[in-house]
Design a protein around this ligand. Structure first.
Ligand code: DX5
Ligand code: ZN
Length: 221
């Protein structure tokens, strides 16, 4: 089953409760939270107080995408705020394995995100410590950018490796997802679709969620 993770970056922050309920009622399983610090990426978004306010309002699995320098300093804060998965960027980590263990010690799912210039080989050493790999298909920082197809072969290699080694790791793709690129990502082996503008900037966000939920790889591998 495809997991749909609407990104609230493209929601109406003045009506966040309504916009979350909308995607939850449409059947989305996850909510993608883009946490940006103005250092790792040139944008500022939401922090732990917003996550804490969201937590009691929804049953959705909270997928926190931490675009932060020194994310290890904020893991406990976001864990307490109610995130279910803490996804850190490889580019921000001096000791990746230790940070991933820190996430697991907090009782949370551990994700590792990589920018579009990274290869599958960059994440492979950490797969046994991970619940999820997030391949960025745009440069992190802003919603509404164009999909970078160079990530697709990396996703494909990652899926083949995970399958061959029988590792319980999800593959999320994030950035520039629309009906066309979602198909490409699923075919390559992604099973979690983070999508901001394709859902929240559409005339009928619930219909878009349902479309992506029903989307399947063209060939079942
Ligand atoms: C970008 C964020 C994405 C963003 C995606 O840095 O990580 O999650 O919300 O937005 P779209 O789907 O519009 O590319
Ligand atoms: Zn994101």
């Amino acid at each position: 089953m495809t997991i749909v993770a609407p990104s609230i970056l493209s929601a109406d922050f003045a009506a966040l409760g309504r916009d979350i309920a909308l995607v939850e009622q449409a059947g989305a399983q996850w909510l993608h939270l883009d946490i940006m610090d103005g250092h790792f990426v040139p944008n500022l978004t939401i922090g732990p107080a917003v996550v804490q306010s969201i937590r009691p309002r929804t049953g959705l699995f909270l997928d926190a995408h931490l675009m932060l320098e020194n994310p290890e300093n904020y893991l406990e804060t976001f864990a307490r705020a109610g995130a279910d998965l803490l996804c850190v960027h490889l580019e921000t980590l001096r000791t990746p394995a230790a940070v991933l263990r820190q996430i697991k010690a907090l009782g949370k799912k551990a994700g590792l995100a990589v920018n579009p210039d990274k290869k599958f080989a960059d994440v492979r050493p950490y797969l046994s410590e991970l619940d999820l790999v997030l391949f960025m298909s745009v440069w992190p920082g802003f919603a509404g950018q164009k999909f970078i197809p160079a990530v697709l072969p990396e996703i494909q290699q990652c899926r083949e490796y995970i399958k061959a080694s029988q590792l319980p790791v999800d593959i999320e793709i994030d950035g520039g997802i629309n009906r066309e690129t979602a198909g490409q990502a699923l075919n390559a082996g992604a099973n979690v679709l983070a999508a901001g503008s394709a859902i929240y900037r559409s005339a009928d966000p619930a219909a878009e969620v349902k479309y992506y939920l029903a989307a399947r790889p063209a060939e079942v591998v």
